[in-house]
Design a protein around this ligand. Structure first.
Ligand code: GLA
Length: 554
């Protein structure tokens, strides 16, 4: 949680604006509620023998008496305010603004080599400078340097920049090179940890959902962008939300899907659009996304600060179990997402109207595994109680309204846990089959709860199986059971009545294998720490696989 200038100012910002906003974070009580990281975007003058010189026209406190520059005074000031400090770089030689903001007066200057301010070939020295010398706590590492400087492009032909064969070809996972890109981030992550004096800094990987970043980013960083840049429009907010929402099984404490900075306070989410601002905040909260404010805190009305600072909503976002909400249903403009909280019977529920017409929406509370009559439901934004009608909760939603509810109830089966109640314990160890086209807008997610990798709901006997795991053929999915469960129930099956052999392992030992015929299995998992589901290899007729009706019993 923190603040970043980019959505409010893009690159037209300076130190006084950052400090003004940092002070506002503290004064408005937002820092006390968790918004502690104050991050900066572009800042460089050039690379020289001492490292990278800072633009002192933007950051006057960086000018030292000996003519050199340092962010130490800036970072010290933030630390003295009880805040943390974040910096920004690129995994290539050059950065995003040099390609996308050519008219900015604040681009790096000098020779080709001096303008190479990215980390490529400078990992250790740069990490030393950012963390040991300057004391930053967070770094966002962008990827334009390995995407936008291909041989033959105008920037390269004009000899302004050296070519880097692209590791990311935007919207084309097939032409991108995930292994090469992962290696760059892995090396930088090591350099970062080695340079840090105490706590390792947060590494935010900014590869915009490209190059199958989900598959590898969590091994090296704490958060990774799942899409391109958010803009202050309703459609853009939904697009970015949709890039992260189906990827719940990749998130866990310390590793988060990042649908980008918040646009609360800007454009469609400003003080005249509080329904949209609340919806945006509710959506980021329910999917446990990083909450990075990015509006001008001095200019926005109190109503916007109240939305950003709502304690109950923040508590849902920051719940210690670290479960990302799971999509329960999604039909046209109506969507329901449930987030299991750390307390056993406690959940958050987002009832979402994505469209511009009023919608009626109903949720069957038993699908949340709770006893309806014993469940207390509170509207998180108003604090008011909400009463279900029997097992159904029926609500009317205004255009673009999201109702965020807190539920406290009794599990229907106190001994059972289902995938939607434990996404932070489930992870994808091997992606398995990947179709040739998979883009941010047309994702193929290797493992999901209740839905197939292509986004279709999993139907078993004509009903949506909200306890199923839909996976890619050939995928491996892990469950961190930590020896807490006795038995596993599951019905392995292939859509279209095909047969294929699956395998289930416990701590590397084969527990079960067989033809997937949809029959329910009961497997002993006593003492198993790590359970592994291995789906059959893909064939032309079989690209995905279903682990139906999954339950773990204590
Ligand atoms: C890219 C990133 C943005 C921002 C800009 C800065 O576009 O995706 O989040 O950091 O670069 O130039």
């Amino acid at each position: 949680m923190g603040w970043n200038p980019f959505n409010a100012f893009r690159l037209a910002y300076d130190e006084s604006m950052v400090m003004r906003n940092a002070e506002a974070l503290v004064r408005l009580g937002l820092a006390g509620k968790g918004y502690r990281y104050v991050n900066i975007d572009g800042w460089w003058l050039n690379r020289n023998a001492d490292g990278i010189a800072i633009r002192t026209n933007l950051f006057p406190s960086a000018a030292l008496k000996d003519g050199k520059t340092s962010f130490r005074p800036f970072v010290d000031r933030l630390h003295a305010m009880g805040l943390k400090a974040g910096i920004y770089t690129d995994i290539g030689r050059n950065n995003c603004s040099q390609h996308w903001d050519k008219d900015s007066p604040n681009l790096p200057e000098g020779t080709v080599a001096q303008r190479e301010v990215g980390t490529m070939d400078h990992n250790r020295a740069d990490a030393q400078m950012y963390f040991a010398d300057w004391g930053f706590d967070f770094i966002k590492v962008d990827a334009c340097g390995v995407a936008d400087y291909a041989p033959g492009t105008p920037d390269v032909q004009s000899r302004r920049y050296r070519a880097v064969p692209p590791m990311i070809v935007r919207d084309n996972a097939v032409l991108s090179s995930p292994e090469a890109l992962e290696k760059l981030y892995a090396d930088f992550a090591i350099a970062t940890r080695d340079a840090a004096k105490s706590e390792p800094p947060v590494l935010a990987i900014c590869a915009w959902g490209e190059a199958d970043v989900n598959d590898w980013a969590g091994r090296h960083g704490q958060m990774w962008r799942t899409s391109g840049d958010i803009r202050p429009t309703w459609a853009s907010m939904l697009r970015n939300f949709d890039s992260a929402a189906p990827r719940a099984l990749f998130a866990a404490p310390g590793r988060w899907n990042d649908p980008d900075l918040l646009e609360i306070g800007n454009g469609d989410f400003d003080g005249d659009h509080l329904t949209e601002a609340r919806a945006h905040m509710s959506l980021w909260a329910i999917i446990a996304a990083p909450l990075m404010l990015s509006y001008d805190l001095d200019k926005a009305p109190a109503t916007i600060h109240e939305i950003a600072g709502n304690r109950a909503v923040i508590a849902i976002n920051q719940d210690p179990a670290g479960n990302q909400g799971i999509i329960l249903s999604s039909e046209g403009d109506r969507e329901v997402i449930a987030k299991q909280l750390a307390t056993r019977g406690a959940k958050a529920l987002a009832l979402i109207n994505r469209g511009d017409a009023t919608q009626r929406l109903s949720v069957d509370l038993t699908k949340l595994e709770l006893v309806p009559a014993a469940t207390r439901i509170v509207n998180v934004w108003t604090g008011q109680d909400v009463a279900p009608a029997g097992k159904m909760l029926v609500v009317t939603l205004a255009p673009r309204e999201t109702l965020l509810l807190g539920l406290e109830g009794k599990p229907i089966d106190p001994l059972a846990i289902h995938p939607a109640e434990m996404p932070a314990r489930i992870s994808v160890a091997e992606h398995g089959f990947k179709p040739a086209t998979r883009t941010v807008d047309k994702p193929w997610v290797p493992a999901r709860v209740g839905f197939s990798p292509d986004g279709a709901p999993i139907m078993v006997d004509g009903k949506h199986d909200h306890r199923a795991l839909g996976v890619a053929a050939g995928s491996k999915v892990h469950f961190a059971l930590n020896g807490e469960f006795r038995t596993l129930n599951v019905s392995p099956m292939v859509e279209g009545a095909l047969r294929a052999d699956y395998r289930i392992y416990g701590d590397g030992r084969l527990l079960h294998r067989g033809p997937a015929d949809g029959k329910p299995l009961v497997v002993s998992v006593a003492d198993v720490r790590q359970l592994e589901f291995v789906a059959p290899h893909h064939t032309e007729a079989m690209q995905s696989f279903v682990w139906a009706n999954v339950g773990l019993f204590r």
